[in-house]
Design a protein around this ligand. Structure first.
Ligand code: FE2
Length: 360
């Protein structure tokens, strides 16, 4: 299978992965042959990228590290909590995270943590596979997954990872309260002066939730603080910002960049990773930026890349030694002439060949 931007989807292509709504229900099933109607529907839904099964990518498989079911269970809980927090018709005591919701977040994060301990790699999570419509609900889940991976790699204990992950999954939950203030939906761009309040509001909501700890709530409060002191709400600097928030900030910036929003198109993972690295030591903690570069793929399996020798390949495997030099299956030239037989090229062994760009 390979990854295409929705703009390159054509009638007759076969979907290799289902397109799911944040309720976890498939909008389009895997295996379905796309036609213009489906493509239009996906564009309307704001889907940025899709996985398609093609002849040239046959045998290239993308492993699913975190089960879709788990992601959508979490997204559903985020939707529910956001709606509760935003619902002015509910009495004040109901505009809170209840015990059941808190325990869903806890068990989802425990499962994510266990999955990533067993298989510490990511696949789709490094892509903005969510749509504009579903962005808000899946963003928390993706941030938690990426932050938990970094924490696993940093050697944190399971207990510590789970406390951080709960904060990560709910870091933007305070936006639910902001919706009320700005009278807008989670997908509208909210003026910064109003939006900033979401950090403290999220903190207050998580702190009051039964069974959740203040250290988790603190992630929501501090996730917009910057390493160099230029962030908010308090302009804390360096290690004065709790490490849970410092790890979440890296994942948060990356996931924002790769996600489609109604007011801007997403950037590909390699570009997003460059932006993250460019913020190392200013906005972000350099230690976690370094871990991020070591363990997240800028060219995920299934992505097409253009090489500087005029050939185009599909990423078949990543190289843990240098993630910017994956193993690619060369299938065609840039001007669409297909090779009789694909060639497998390990870019680690060919330092003279450069990747020009990811083809989206
Ligand atoms: Fe935020």
């Amino acid at each position: 299978m390979k990854i295409l931007s929705i703009g390159r989807a054509r009638s007759g292509m076969r979907l290799a992965r289902p397109i799911l709504s944040s309720q976890g229900t498939p909008l389009v099933q895997a295996g379905v042959e796309l036609n213009d109607r489906y493509i239009d529907r996906l564009k309307q839904f704001g889907q940025a990228w899709i996985y398609v099964a093609t002849q040239d990518s046959e045998g290239i498989e993308v492993e699913e590290t975190i089960d879709e079911r788990l992601k959508f269970e979490a997204a559903k809980a985020i939707r529910e909590v956001t709606e509760h927090l935003a619902d002015e018709n509910l009495p004040e005591e109901k505009q809170q995270i209840d015990e059941k919701q808190a325990s869903v977040f806890k068990s989802v994060v425990e499962e994510i943590s266990d999955c990533l301990h067993e298989s510490p790699t990511l696949s789709e999570e490094v892509l903005g596979l969510k749509s504009e419509t579903e962005y808000f609900y899946l963003h928390g889940v993706n941030v938690a997954i990426i932050a938990v991976l970094l924490a696993v790699k940093a050697g944190w204990t399971r207990e510590k990872i789970v406390q951080m992950g709960i904060g990560a999954i709910m870091h933007d939950i305070g936006v639910g309260k902001i919706i009320k203030l700005g009278e807008t939906s989670p997908n509208d761009q909210i003026p910064d002066s109003i939006y900033r309040h979401h950090a403290r509001m999220g903190y207050e909501a998580i702190k009051k939730a039964p069974g959740l700890k203040a250290t988790s709530a603190n992630v929501a409060l501090r996730h917009h603080e910057h390493w160099d002191g230029s962030g908010y709400p308090e302009g804390l600097k360096g290690k004065d910002i709790h490490e849970f928030s410092r790890i979440v900030s890296v994942a948060n910036l990356y996931d924002q960049l790769i996600s489609p929003r109604p007011w801007r198109t997403p950037v590909p993972p390699d570009v997003a990773m460059d932006v993250v690295q460019s913020q190392s030591g200013t906005r972000l903690d350099p230690t976690f930026c370094q871990l991020f570069a070591l363990f997240v793929d800028p060219y995920p399996v299934g992505m097409e890349v253009e090489l500087d020798n005029g050939l185009v390949g599909i990423v078949a495997l990543s190289n843990a030694e240098n993630r910017r030099r994956p193993i690619v299956r060369i299938v065609r030239t840039v001007d669409e002439r297909y090779l009789e037989k694909p060639i497998l090229l390990d870019l680690l062994q060919k330092p003279d060949i450069k990747i020009v760009r990811a083809l989206l």
